[in-house]
Design a protein around this ligand. Structure first.
Ligand code: ADP
Ligand code: MG
Ligand code: MG
Length: 245
């Protein structure tokens, strides 16, 4: 599904990622952990292909195509989707309008059902994310992703800023997004999820965890075990934990 090989990435003239290698197989969900500023969001933005992120060495391939230098919209067309850590608002573009155009394959009934599921009926007439609370923004992003229907889903701290009442809705919705592809009933989607708190792991069937520190992977293994270790002993433990997990 996704193969990243020895990826080096520069942002604003400075190297942030120093040789990342990972392989996410079809149907797998991987978890990315690590201290603030370690480069987790940078990795997701680079995989999606945003302009500010310059790959100086290494490669990214997706379903067998080399996408290392492919523009964002082409990666989206191949089935990549991302939910940002801090999604921007889009003044002048109503959420309902966006949902109508995001994926021409989706029938209006599908879109309406998705809006209801995410409790966003009152929001379709509003400009995207403008004046939305943190939790409402995340719900709106999940809703857009449900309609876009990507086969590889990247989520950057989906639970941050979401109140406890909505965490359940978010968790269940994200689990549904990952569980199956709406176009291919027997196919699971793949995912890459950044989490600090681990709340989201209560809802997801995850396969592998990676800890990034200063732009490098320091530890790989069972995400729940890694999280437990971090909570008990801190990230410094990950500098030597490759042996343990
Ligand atoms: P994380 O998501 O792990 O908290 P980020 O990927 O957001 O970390 O950031 C990694 C590092 O890259 C940080 O030191 C951050 O300041 C730097 N960085 C991110 N974006 C830019 C940018 N546009 N220009 C310069 N430095 C950046
Ligand atoms: Mg951060
Ligand atoms: Mg981040």
């Amino acid at each position: 599904m996704l193969k990243i090989d020895n990826l080096h990435v520069e942002v604003g003239g400075k190297e942030i990622l120093h040789g990342i290698t990972m392989h996410i197989k079809p149907g797998e969900t991987h978890v990315l952990m690590g201290p603030n500023g370690s480069g987790k969001s940078t990795l997701l933005m680079t995989i999606m292909g945003f302009d500010a992120y310059h790959v100086t060495r290494g490669s990214i391939s997706f379903n067998g195509s080399d996408v290392t230098h492919m523009p964002v919209h082409e990666r989206a067309r191949l089935g990549m989707g991302i939910m940002f850590q801090r999604p921007p608002s889009i003044p002048g573009l109503k959420l309902g309008k966006m949902l109508d155009v995001i994926n021409p394959e989706k029938k209006p009934e599908f879109v309406t059902a998705a809006v209801t599921r995410m409790n966003m009926e009152e929001f379709v007439e509003r400009d995207i994310n403008l004046g939305f609370s943190g939790g409402e923004i995340k719900r709106s992003e999940i809703l857009q992703m449900m309609v876009q229907d990507p086969s590889f889903i990247m989520l950057d701290e989906p639970e941050s800023g979401v109140d406890l009442e909505n965490i359940h809705l978010m968790g269940e919705s994200i689990a549904r997004l990952l569980q199956k592809n709406q176009r291919f009933i027997d196919r699971k989607n793949s995912g890459l999820v950044i989490t600090h708190t681990g709340y989201i792991l209560d809802y997801l069937d995850v396969d592998k965890g990676h800890v990034m520190i200063n732009g490098e992977f320091k530890c790989h293994g069972n995400p729940r075990e890694i999280l437990k270790l971090i909570k008990e002993k801190g990230y410094k433990e990950c500098l030597s934990c490759a042996k343990i997990l």
